[in-house]
Design a protein. Structure first.
Lengths: 463, 437
């Protein structure tokens, strides 16, 4: 699977530049902006003053300095004074007024969030106004396992199929949302009452999935020997074989370690999400590879480290197990050599201000390069999309954002967002601007997805 | 291992005691702040609205500002500790918080911001609920916020009182500036009681109106008694009336007493509402009962800027980054700018929300307004001079001028920039935080 997608990328790289005539897609050259490509060929790439970005159709044709050749007949767009960064990748959000699993049980791998996304939700427009182009839409966190996630591109569209990202075989891409800690600890209706029980329930299901997979394998080509179909166990089978990534919500340090224990036991690939207390166990996170092999290995950390998708909120508290969430986590993880990205968890934080989160990461001690990578190439890799999005590189999707200035300044505006070569957000267009600033009609009444919101109303308190 | 009190523990206890002694005796450390950019917010010069002094010094002696000016014209008296900063501003003011009633954990044991036993409880006092030792107060302070208008949260028709405190002090008595600052009310779905009353917007206003009518009667009775008493005392002194004719004080009703103070104009009614229709209802009530009104939240206030301006009502605007959902779905980053342009006094608040982050940092909320239509100085005013005026404390806080409180916030750059740190905080001349936040 992995080999196949690498091959596909290689094919893309070779075919796209040399066979433009076949598709005859128009070519546009964006010139004179400061380009921040983030990565090139798997290594960090420095910013290019007065750079040139050549796009053909939906694909990046060339990235370079002012001397970059621009094919004859190309449209030139002068972006002098602007800053261009890759489209932002959000590994964790809940846009679309979505819900995943219901209260019928704590583990529901058969449920897919694909079947509940409202594509017309204004949240998608807000996301574009924040420079987001690729999202992992996740079901909520009130379960040990709340269902399948989907990776989408904000291409615009009227059905979810218009947005889905497909792999080289045309299969929709997505992960699996899991959680531990307090969210699922209701102790009622089959939900666990303790952390020990939480792990036991998960372990039991994965063992069942192993057993199911063994039977399928043993049946070989003999359909009569196949075990009865079980949609949930089939999905867990994809997790066990390393195909489907586990996106695991976890806060407290001991819960983080429990995820690592289960990961080792069952060998799945995991991205840890939120990881509020990651800073307390940074060395442990650096030692493992989270099931990813050498994907994240660097000179600094040949082990790779367990990929962490973290969130920063303006003040701690409001959730007991997240009380030690600090601005400094990104910086601590960077120093420890743990691959790190940020996520919005929209509506925990606002997609329109995703750049702000990385800036707060810088405030907390992260380098600017790592902070920008944490919004682009790192999250792309954590969604198995590192060969398609997350950096401005030849052959990659033409997903990019035009900024008025420094990505990490409060005064900087997202002016334009492009997805696969097409402008999908323009601040100069009042219809788009409404979603960027807010205002009358910018929002619609939505039911917030998360497990605990609204339970107590404004002023809430007791929980 | 058995626990033995160590020297370190003992010495920290001693230092706390010493700190208390220092605070109680009134003796204070002497401090001077030198900033490349000193925003005094005390300017009357339209070309320098922030009162910016390049390489400016503010000298604080015994808790009060004694001198402000450019470095080369200010003598720093001996014994003053000099602290440097890239930028310094007056200590910031959060015009509407719940911190100290809400805690950093927001779990039952540290959540006292909302009593849900009844829809109308103006008698609940903020000073009875405020915990000055709360870590959340310390956290907010580390961003440069030195004064908060805090108290009961929105969430019932009338939730209780608010107060103004400095974000330092061992007890509420040390911290408090104004023990009763406002009575907090809520209109809209936040204050709808599921399965109870009020269950609709119409009922909410009806309940408020009849409560205010009762309070009017109470006030009339109180005023009559006070007049009768004064007249009795005069006559009694003259010997023209017998002692047994002394008028009888009407029975006290704490709830009515508080609302009577609102009607007498002694205490403002601060109404939380987001929709234009609720803002309009609030303005109607204020006009009818002639109470002093502060609008709070007010997401759709930009739709009624003319009416709000005409009514002379100040707005304590919702946090810029509060979630756009439900009642707030039409909120805008640009509302502060729209209101300021219309001439409405605007202060920013940290607010309170039902999920993480429940409490926000007012500095970071004002920063968003600076990037969305307000000038740097106008945005800074929403967390300094404007709330100082609103709270009737301009003579003490909100700007750096001789005679005012020695409250200063120090930053490593533009305070609104995401990557700038607050480097130190001074309250009443005492350095209370040097955490690089």
């Amino acid at each position: 699977m992995k080999i196949r997608s690498v091959l596909a990328a290689a094919v893309m790289l070779t075919v796209a530049p040399f066979a433009p005539a076949q598709t005859a897609a128009p070519i546009t050259a964006y010139v004179n902006a400061k380009l921040m490509p983030v990565a090139r060929g798997g290594a960090p790439a420095p910013a290019i003053e007065r750079g040139t970005l050549v796009v053909q159709g939906s694909t990046i044709l060339a990235v370079g300095d002012a001397s970059t050749a621009i094919p004859a007949g190309a449209t030139r767009v002068d972006l002098a004074g602007k800053v261009v960064i890759p489209g932002l990748v959000d590994t964790h959000n809940h846009i679309g007024g979505i819900g995943g699993a219901d209260q019928s049980g704590p583990i529901q791998p058969d449920v897919s969030v694909r079947d509940s996304v409202n594509v017309l939700d204004s949240g998608f427009k807000r996301a574009l106004s924040g420079g987001l182009t690729t999202l992992n839409i996740m079901p909520g966190s009130g379960h040990l396992l709340s269902g399948q996630t989907i990776y989408v591109k904000l291409r615009g569209g009227r059905t979810i199929d218009d947005l889905l990202i497909r792999d080289a075989n045309g299969k929709q891409m997505g992960g699996l949302k899991m959680a531990n800690g307090t969210n699922s600890l209701s102790g009622q209706g089959g939900f666990p009452g303790t952390r020990g029980k939480s792990a036991a329930l998960v372990r039991e299901r994965f063992v069942a999935a192993q057993e199911h997979a063994r039977k399928v394998k043993a049946a070989g080509d003999d359909a009569t020997k196949l075990p009865p179909r079980d949609l949930g166990l089939e999905v867990l089978g994809e997790v066990l074989s390393g195909k489907r990534i586990v996106h695991h919500h976890t806060h407290r340090a001991d819960d983080v370690i429990t995820v690592l224990r289960l990961q080792k036991e069952f060998g799945f690939r995991v991205v840890l999400h939120h990881v509020s207390e990651a800073w307390k166990v940074a060395d442990e996170l650096a030692k493992s590879d989270g099931g990813w092999g050498k994907t994240f290995a660097t000179d600094q950390n040949p082990n790779g480290g367990v990929p962490c998708s973290i969130i920063l909120v303006d003040s701690p508290g409001g959730k007991l197990e997240a009380q030690d969430l600090i601005y400094e986590t990104g910086g601590v993880l960077e120093k420890a050599g743990v691959p790190t990205c940020f996520h919005t968890d929209d509506w925990i934080t606002d997609v329109r201000l995703f750049l702000r989160m990385a800036a707060l990461g810088v405030r907390g001690g992260m380098s600017r390069d790592a902070a920008l990578a944490a919004l682009t190439i790192q999250p792309a890799k954590m969604l198995d999309l590192g060969d398609r999005v997350g950096s401005l590189e030849e052959g990659k999707d033409a997903d990019f954002v035009v900024l008025s200035g420094d990505p990490f300044s409060v005064y900087t505006k997202v002016e334009q967002t492009f997805v696969e070569g097409r402008k999908v957000f323009d601040l100069a267009d009042p219809k788009d601007r409404l979603f960027a600033t807010g205002g009358f009609g910018a929002g619609r009444d939505q039911n917030p997805y998360f497990c605990c919101y609204g339970q107590f109303g404004q002023g809430g308190g007791a929980q | 291992m058995t626990f033995k009190p160590t020297f370190k523990l003992r010495s920290s206890v001693l230092s706390v005691l010493a700190g208390v002694a220092l605070a109680c005796s009134g003796a204070r450390a002497q401090v001077a702040v030198l900033a490349e950019n000193l925003y005094t917010m005390a300017s009357r010069d339209p070309n320098n609205p922030g009162g910016l002094i390049k390489n400016g010094v503010v000298v604080i002696t015994d808790g009060k500002v004694v001198e402000v000016g450019p470095k080369d014209r200010v003598n720093i008296p001996p014994g003053h500790r000099l602290i440097n900063a890239h930028t310094a501003t007056p200590g910031l003011i959060d015009a509407r918080a719940t911190a100290g009633l809400t805690g950093i954990l927001n779990s039952p044991h540290d959540s006292d911001q909302l009593e849900k036993s009844a829809p109308i409880q103006p008698e609940l006092r903020a000073i009875d609920a405020y915990n000055p030792q709360e870590r959340l107060v310390e956290y907010i302070r580390s961003f440069g916020i030195t004064t908060i208008h805090t108290g009961h949260a929105p969430g019932e028709l009338i939730t209780g009182q608010t107060m103004v405190v400095k974000t330092a002090g061992l007890t509420v008595d040390e911290a408090v500036l104004t023990p009763i600052a406002a009575v907090a009310a809520t209109l809209g779905p936040e204050a709808v009681r599921s399965g109870g009353s009020p269950g609709t917007r119409g009922k909410q206003v009806a309940m408020l109106r009849s409560e205010l009518v009762r309070a009017r009667e109470y006030l009339t009775k109180r005023e009559k008694f006070e007049a009768d008493l004064a007249s009795f005392e005069k006559q009694f002194a003259a010997g023209t009336v017998a002692a047994d004719k002394k008028p009888e004080r009407p029975g006290r009703d704490l709830r009515m007493e508080m609302l009577a103070d609102v009607l007498a104009g002694k205490v403002p009614l601060m109404v939380y509402c987001q929709r234009a229709q609720d803002i309009a209802s609030t303005l109607r009530l204020a006009d009818e009962f002639k109470f002093k009104l502060w609008l709070e939240g007010a997401a759709e206030s930009y739709l009624l800027a003319d009416q709000i301006k005409a009514a002379g009502v100040p707005v304590i605007l919702h946090p810029s980054m509060q979630r756009s959902a439900g009642e707030n779905e039409n909120q805008s980053f640009e509302t502060a700018a729209t209101l300021v342009k219309a001439g409405i006094p605007v202060s920013m608040q940290s607010g309170y929300e039902a999920y993480v982050p429940k409490v926000r940092v007012v500095l970071l909320e004002a920063a968003i307004t600076a990037a969305n239509g307000l000038s740097f100085t106008q945005a800074l005013a929403t967390i300094t001079t404007e709330p100082a005026k609103l709270l009737g404390l301009s003579d003490r806080i909100g700007s750096l001028e001789v005679g005012k409180d020695g409250d200063v916030a120090l930053y490593t750059g533009d305070p609104f920039e995401y990557t700038t740190h607050c480097s130190a905080v001074v309250i009443n001349g005492k350095v209370v935080s040097e955490t690089l936040r």
